[in-house]
Design a protein around this ligand. Sequence first.
Ligand code: CUA
Length: 321
Amino acid sequence: MIQQSNNWVPLFPEKASSFAWQVDALYFYLIAISAFFTVIVVAAIFYFAIKYREKEKFQNGAEIHGSLLLETTWTAIPFLLSMTIFLGGAIVYYNQYRPPKDAMEIYVVGKQWMWKFQHPTGQREINELHVPVNRRIKLIMTSEDVIHDLYVPAFRTKADAVPGRYTTLWFEATKPGKYHLYCAEYCGLNHSGMIGWVYVMEQKDYENWLAGNVSSQTPAQAGRELFEAKLGCASCHQQTDQGRGPKLAGLFGKQVKLTNGQTVVADEEYIRNSILNPQGQIVEGYQPIMPTFKGQVTEEQLVALVEYIKSLGNETASMSK
Ligand code: CUA
């Protein structure tokens, strides 16, 4: 990948993600437009103040009638300009907030006052995130307490981590290095200390790092343990359709029909809600008998359960919808 020349503007953070230049381009475009019109307006004020100054006492100004050409022009130009701003903003927004399908997924849990990361291979980190360069990374985030906001200036991206739901953020780092990570939502006494580093590594270095930080369990393995033993989910959600609860193999990403006639997609949020608020979305053909697990599972255990149910996706391809 070709690197953009770095800090040509002092005070600006490095550009280290695939869409960083787009954010900067949009920003400078807005600054340029604002500066251009500021200069014109200020110049016009001075020019008219001098040109139309009072030349004799109690003089009356000439009568002015409307001009269609003038009215049209000063409506059309701002309209066109604001449309370019809107389009530019929309393009950058869509690029940033629609995570690509092939991204590597890392779970993030924010809490007062730290960031916890968990890799799909099981490695856990606090206030540090190691990622490979030139690889799309999707962060699936939530919070254990209040709203936090993950912000990496060098990647020009940020998103809230909100208690009670999953939000996502994605980026593709383009340059190996060490980049500041911030919480960008005031979250209490130690908000300013809720900071860390993102380490962007060459693929080889990343693999070495993974190898040197072996975790005992991947999220999916931990989830399996919870599902089968600790929480006893498996007693109702069996491998067959005969269980008291729906079969979960092959569920992830599929459409689910509910008793109220709605159809929803079984994504991370759906699974999470089904665990915490099972009465909210009852699958067609089943009774509302599942107890809530609210207060009994931590955010990290929820992540593990979600990952386990995701991992069941490929086991049976012929799962009914
Ligand atoms: Cu977390 Cu501010």
